[in-house]
Design a protein around this ligand. Structure first.
Ligand SMILES: NC(=O)c1ccc[n+]([C@@H]2O[C@H](COP(=O)([O-])OP(=O)(O)OC[C@H]3O[C@@H](n4cnc5c(N)ncnc54)[C@H](OP(=O)(O)O)[C@@H]3O)[C@@H](O)[C@H]2O)c1
Length: 245
């Protein structure tokens, strides 16, 4: 069955690869991010292969913009079957550098953006008595390293929020599924958000050595969505084979 799928952070990387894979399989997709030209180009690519796609320029830190995204999906395609909270950034640095504006930004996008996505889509899914959240955490949602404290904190939070939601929806019998995807190093634009030169050098070296393509994560999302409705794939931790930590 075709599903209406909303993806935040769809203008590059994992979001873009997932949107293209799922749209190619015939699912209508609704794409959100801030860079409009990127979104337009991805929609054009999808339409060129006969897929259905819409986009809305959305900053996930603005609750009303996230609500407008959900409204667009319902208006255009009639429902929301899958909501993928994927938008995120990873400006890693040590605490002593006091990059407090970056801490704020990570909390706002990586945590509050996910919460606003839940607030926008949950009422629609409750009404439908079906739906699925795909929340993107990270290996950093499972392990912490020096320099990754705040980023890891936001990604641990995504897992906590997701399991709380999962338990509530299971108890309510709403048929709403919750999936957390935790990637390791994936070759995307994510490291461009790192402003600390030493951290960027270290992380770029790791990514150059081991990172896998974002299409690998798209395959995992596809698997979680395709599982039978009575089965909820709750967690997928997916590292490059060569990644140690
Ligand atoms: N790459 C990895 O190694 C890796 C590993 C583990 C987890 N992850 C997670 O995977 C997710 C996707 O990242 P990626 O690796 O694909 O990196 P990416 O290529 O940098 O993609 C990040 C996406 O988030 C969007 N975004 C950032 N701030 C936003 C905001 N305020 N509102 C709306 N969209 C916003 C960006 O679009 P605009 O700039 O156009 O808004 C972009 O589409 C993130 O949550 C990241 O933490 C990535």
């Amino acid at each position: 069955m075709k599903k209406v799928i909303v993806i935040t952070g769809a203008s590059s990387g994992i979001g873009e690869a997932t949107a293209k894979r799922l749209a190619k399989a015939g699912n209508p997709v609704v794409l959100a991010a801030r860079r409009e030209q990127r979104l337009q180009a991805i929609v054009a690519d999808i339409e060129a292969i006969g897929g259905q796609a819409a986009y809305l320029v959305t900053d996930v830190t603005q609750r009303e913009e996230v609500q407008a995204l959900a409204d667009l999906a319902v208006e255009k395609f009639g429902r929301i079957d899958v909501w993928m909270n994927n938008a995120g950034l990873m400006p890693q640095s040590t605490f002593d550098q006091l990059k407090v504006a970056e801490w704020d930004r990570m909390v706002d996008v990586n945590i509050k953006g996910v919460l606003y996505g839940i607030a926008a889509a949950l009422p629609v899914m409750r009404k439908q008595q079906s739906g699925q959240f795909i929340n993107v955490s990270s290996v950093a949602g499972h392990v912490v390293h020096a320099g990754s404290g705040v980023y890891a904190g936001t990604k641990f939070a995504v897992r906590a929020i997701s399991d709380g939601l999962r338990q509530e929806e299971a108890a309510a019998g709403s048929h709403i599924r919750v999936t957390v995807i935790s990637p390791g190093a994936v070759a995307t634009e994510l490291t461009e958000t790192i402003t600390d030169a030493a951290a960027k050098k270290r992380i770029d070296a790791l990514y150059d050595a081991v990172a896998i393509a974002p299409e690998r994560i798209a395959e995992a999302v596809d698997y979680a969505i395709a599982a039978p409705e009575d089965t909820s794939v709750n967690e997928i931790l997916i590292r490059p084979t060569k990644q140690v930590g």
